[in-house]
Design a protein around this ligand. Structure first.
Ligand code: GLC
Length: 427
């Protein structure tokens, strides 16, 4: 997918969400924020699965198809009568997520088209999966399966809904817009009261008429009031910023490079493995090297990664995406010690060459460019190095003096994507 292929509103949705991570966007309401202790599991987890799947998957041209192709709401609603996935198997998704080394997941429960993937009495016109050909509560099945597999469970929810003309003219068509808002509050209440512990609530589309920012639309959505309800239902749920309130972490969207220093706030990058967020018959998948590069760039700067897959209308994750997830799993298995449960630093990353993570008195260098690194003298870490090894336990020669440290990894041990060097420092 190139920027050219995206239409105006969809493109600006993407661009507004690839924010400058240095600052927090949205309305401040510090009493809603989780305390450090409740954020720790999320900081430790590092990698999650994002899933875009719904009626739009049947059209095969992205989750914005209804809007982009100007499909009238009544015509679009007919898709529900055909939505009857034959291969729906959330246990399989959960197993795959685990095999990929993921520790949490976020499933789209309702996108901007308004179709709810659960039994939703609050849905305007009962546009939900219980009233589709499938007659199922997919959110129930998903939360059960993922929780059972030991993964933390997250829900994506878009308060905006293209079916309402009031979304586009919230002031002029205030009554209609109010119906949309009522639906949003009702559905968030359903999602946060009927499916057990929800670990992550991931809003999207808190803006109005596809313009301005989510915070600009706060007069309408009242995100603080909305999230006060969420907090009373789910006291420890990690909430993203896209409702217009700053939330518990910041989002960065899309596969662009992450460079520069460690970003000293909680943040997560989301991007799709499949060029579009939702299913396209042409199964293009991102090259493994590009995915891993972004992952390392995020981990060494303190970010999590939420990697999106795009199941087909039958509920299957296409083979090319499955293969990629398994390759990512192999990478995470090999290098997990230097990723899970770590924090970034103490050395600042050097773009495209190396970065660092740490856990207790273990420091992990993630080297992306061995030939350049091999010639470098690094600033000495704050504590004396006791030993230097690779993750396979083999010793690595190093020299430390007042100039810094130089580390000589034997050439045969150089890895193309991430050569991890473990430094044990004095406690
Ligand atoms: C973009 C897309 C939207 C998708 C979201 C995920 O904003 O426009 O459809 O759900 O990214 O973060």
């Amino acid at each position: 997918m190139t920027k050219k292929q995206l239409q105006d509103a969809e493109l600006s949705s993407m661009l507004k969400s690839s924010i400058k991570l240095k600052s927090r966007e949205g309305i401040e309401a510090p009493w809603l924020n989780l305390i450090d202790e409740d954020m720790e599991w999320w900081r430790d987890a590092k990698l999650g699965l994002f899933v875009h799947w719904g009626l739009y998957s049947m059209l095969g041209r992205g989750e914005w198809a209804m809007f982009n192709d100007k499909i009238p709401a009544d015509d679009y609603a007919n898709l529900a009568g055909q939505f009857n996935p034959q291969k729906w198997n959330p246990e399989e998704w959960a197993n795959l997520a685990q095999e990929a080394g993921m520790r949490y997941s976020v499933m789209v429960t309702r996108h901007h088209d308004g179709f709810a993937l659960w039994n939703s009495p609050g849905s305007y016109g009962r546009f939900d999966s219980m009233h589709s050909a499938a007659k199922r509560d997919f959110v129930q099945d998903y939360t059960d399966a993922f929780r059972q597999a030991g993964l933390r469970v997250g829900l994506y929810y878009s308060p905006m809904d293209w079916r309402f003309s009031g979304y586009f003219k919230p002031k002029e068509l205030a009554d209609n817009a109010a119906l949309m808002k009522k639906q949003g509050y009702e559905q968030i209440r359903e999602l946060t009261t009927r499916y057990g512990t929800i670990d992550i609530l991931w809003y999207d589309g808190g803006w109005l008429a596809h313009s301005g920012s989510d915070a600009d639309a706060a007069w309408f959505w009242e995100p603080v009031r909305l999230n006060e309800m969420v907090r009373s239902n789910q006291p420890k749920c990690v909430i993203n910023p896209r409702s217009g309130w700053t939330g518990d972490f910041q989002c960065d969207e899309g596969p662009h490079d992450i460079t520069g220093n460690i970003i000293p706030i909680d943040w997560e990058k989301c991007f799709t493995i499949a060029y579009h967020w939702s299913y396209e018959p042409e199964e293009k998948v991102m090259p493994l090297d590009d995915i891993i590069k972004i992952m390392i760039d995020c981990f060494v700067r303190g970010g999590n990664v939420l990697l999106n897959v795009a199941p087909n209308p039958d509920g299957e994750i296409p083979a090319s995406q499955v293969e990629r997830l398994k390759q990512i799993g192999a990478f995470m298995k090999k290098n997990g010690e230097a990723i899970y449960g770590t924090r970034p630093g103490p050395l600042e990353p050097v773009d495209h060459i190396y970065g660092m993570t740490c856990k207790g008195n273990h420091l992990y260098l993630h080297v992306q460019d061995m030939p350049v690194f091999d010639e470098m003298v690094l600033p000495a870490p704050p504590r004396q190095i006791v030993s230097c090894q690779l993750l396979d336990g083999s010793e690595v020669p190093f020299e430390q003096d007042e100039q810094g440290i130089s580390i000589k990894v034997p050439k045969e041990k150089w890895q193309p994507l991430d050569t991890v060097i473990k430094l044990v420092v004095e406690p």
